[in-house]
Every structure is written in structure tokens, then in C-alpha cells.
Design a protein around this ligand. Structure first.
Ligand code: PMP
Length: 347
């Protein structure tokens, strides 16, 4: 059976057995200007180089391998999921490579690029009206019912299926630990399902309980409140970041020790997005920029000498009509203005 094995050579420059075997073992990139500015080492895990283009390829593969092993996903079966983006892409491509159909339930408010993109990759896509999570007709809840009604249907259930965080415990965590030569002092990630933060945190704390685990939250999410105060009641504000912004403690987050949390404002994150593009050549999503902002905040608060890693989740090409569109940015009041790194003072 295919399994994550991070000790295999990195795929770049090597041959691999195909799509699924090319997932993971991504490079760790030194963010030079930010490292110099803080006196710390700040590293970004290049998850946008996964073959499906995001960190969620790992979760998609982990969930499918786990379901194959348990028998929940039968040969010729259909993977069903409620998702607005990267997980759907990962599941559709892993599904194609391993012989499954994929059926995606998506809120009709999502961009046509995403809906048509998933269809182009071979997924069946059903659009539904946008409803809050507590509503029985919320897209995630519908996906669970559709899976139960589908012949050989399997509900991926990325938020509460801990095969998601296990994929990161088995692959991303060991890779980062090895790539930083066991010197890592802090790890930072934002939360969608929480699989990335939780799986990596569980692995790193086993290697060294002193590694600081930090959640990076956009405004409008409740994970900062949960880490700081033990409840999810504070979720004021709003963010245009896609793929992150959680309001509840998912099963993937449950029981994980998180030492610190920061809230990052969209306008500062957009400045970071353009710094990473223009100064480092990295074309990324806003969740990636929020992660890097929180890594810099940890560097500044903890002082020089720290070795901090975070996640570069997916590429900017998925957000050209928004984050890289001056008209859209102006309409949202998010036009970047910084000449240098002075925006770091606003973290
Ligand atoms: N960034 C982006 C762009 C994403 O799509 C996701 C996944 N929803 C995340 C970050 C967060 O990953 P996780 O679900 O593992 O918390």
C-alpha cells in the first residue's frame, strides 16, 4: 500500500511513481529579508509545489489511503466532500489517479473559476445555496447526506476526519524537523480544518516539547479566542482570506497543545503578500501571507536566534482576479502601500 514516507528522496530532480507519490517532500525556503530583519531564521514550507498545487494534497491523499485501508472507500467508489477549493482539487486528482469518482458540494457563492476548475478536473460539482454551519442545509452537512445516499459513496469529512492531521503528522512534521536539522524553535500555521497545524504540532511536540506552536488567525475566526481564552466566543471582524477562518474546534484540532495565537489584519497581510512576491519571488495566497506575518510576530516577540517555520499554502495563480487585481484590492481598501518592511511595525 502507498504510504507517506518522508525519508524517500525529494521528488524534484528525481523520478516518482506518479501523482500520489509526488505529494509531499516539498522544499523548505529561507525567507531571507525577513530573517535578516528579525535576527531569526524564518522558513517557508513550499506546499504550493505539491502536484495539485496546495498543502491540501497531503490531506486528500491521507484521507483516501486511510479510507482504502479501513474499507470505507471501495474499489470504484465515489469520494464525496463539501469543499470550496483546495481539498476538492486534491481529492479530484487523487481520485482520478486511484480510480474513484469525486462529487463536490460547493456553495453557489464561490467563484466560477473554482466551480469550472473542479469540473475540468473531472469532479461532479453540485452547487447549493450558502447556509451557516448550524443549518441542516449547510454545504458540509449536505455532503454527508449525499455520501450516505450514493452507491459506494465515501464522505471525506476533512474537518472531523483525523486522517487529515495524521497525513501531516506522518509527512509534513517529519520533513520540517529534518529540514531544520532538529533546531526548530517555533512553528506557525493558520487554521481551516486545523489538520496542518495539529498534525505538525503533534509531531514536533514529540520531538521537543519546547517547540512553540502558534496559530495564525484572520479576523472573523475564533481560533485565536480558543487558544487565548479557552472559548470560541470572540470572532469579531472580517477577512478576505480563503481556505482559513474557523469558528469551531474541529476533531482535527481537538487535544492539541497550542502555545500562542495571533490575529493578523488583512491590510498587513496584503503588504506581506506583495513583499513576498517582489522581494522573494514568491507568488502566494493570503493564508500564506498571514502565516508569514505570524512567524515574523513570533520572531519579534521571542527575540533573535529563533528558528521558525511556517506554511506557504498555495500559489497566487488561484487568486489573480482578487488579490492580484488592483481594482478589487482598491474596492476592499487593501491596496498595498509599503516601500519596504515598515509595515512589520503594524503586526
Ligand atoms: N490555506 C489555504 C489556501 C487552504 O485552502 C487551506 C485549507 N482549507 C488552509 C490554508 C488551511 O489548511 P487546514 O485545512 O489544514 O487547516
Amino acid at each position: 500500500m502507498l504510504k507517506f514516507d518522508s525519508s524517500r528522496p525529494a521528488p524534484f530532480g528525481f523520478v516518482t511513481e506518479g501523482f500520489c507519490e509526488t505529494i509531499g517532500r516539498t522544499p523548505l525556503l529561507r525567507l531571507g529579508k525577513l530573517s535578516e530583519a528579525t535576527g531569526c531564521e524564518i522558513w517557508g514550507k513550499a506546499e504550493f509545489l505539491n502536484p495539485g498545487g496546495s498543502v491540501k494534497d497531503r490531506a486528500a491523499l491521507g484521507i483516501v489511503l486511510d479510507a482504502e485501508a479501513s474499507g470505507a472507500l471501495e474499489p470504484g467508489g465515489t469520494i464525496v466532500e463539501g469543499t470550496a477549493g483546495n481539498t476538492g482539487i486534491g481529492l479530484a486528482l487523487v481520485g482520478n489517479a486511484r480510480g474513484y469518482r469525486t462529487l463536490i458540494i460547493i456553495p453557489e457563492t464561490q467563484s466560477q473559476e473554482k466551480i469550472e476548475g473542479l469540473r475540468a478536473m473531472g469532479a461532479e460539482v453540485r452547487t447549493v445555496p450558502e447556509k451557516p454551519y448550524k443549518d441542516p442545509d449547510n454545504y458540509i452537512r449536505i455532503s454527508g447526506r449525499v455520501a450516505a445516499q450514493t452507491s459506494k459513496g465515501f464522505w471525506a469529512n476533512q474537518f472531523d476526519n483525523v486522517a487529515n492531521r495524521l497525513a501531516h503528522y506522518q509527512s509534513t512534521g517529519p520533513e520540517i524537523w529534518e529540514q531544520t536539522k532538529n533546531r526548530l524553535t517555533g512553528f506557525v500555521a493558520s487554521v481551516g480544518t486545523g489538520g496542518t497545524l495539529a498534525g505538525i504540532a503533534l509531531f514536533l511536540k514529540e520531538q521537543n516539547p519546547n517547540v512553540q506552536i502558534v496559530a495564525a488567525d484572520p479576523y472573523g475566526a475564533a481560533i485565536w479566542s480558543w487558544v487565548k481564552f479557552g472559548h470560541t466566543e470572540i470572532n469579531d471582524g472580517d477577512s478576505v482570506a480563503e481556505g482559513i477562518g474557523q469558528s469551531r474546534v474541529t476533531k482535527n484540532l481537538d487535544g492539541v497543545k497550542i502555545d500562542q495565537a495571533y490575529r493578523i489584519k488583512d491590510d498587513v497581510a496584503v503588504e506581506m503578500l506583495y513583499h513576498l512576491l517582489h522581494a522573494e519571488g514568491l507568488f502566494l495566497s493570503l493564508s500564506s501571507a498571514i502565516n508569514v506575518c505570524a512567524a515574523v510576530k513570533l520572531a519579534k516577540e521571542g527575540g533573535s536566534g529563533q528558528v521558525i517555520a511556517t506554511i506557504l499554502c498555495d500559489a497566487g495563480s488561484r487568486y489573480v482576479s482578487r488579490l492580484y487585481n488592483p481594482g478589487w484590492l482598491a474596492q476592499k481598501g487593501l491596496t498595498p502601500k509599503a516601500k519596504g518592511l515598515e509595515f512589520l511595525d503594524r503586526l
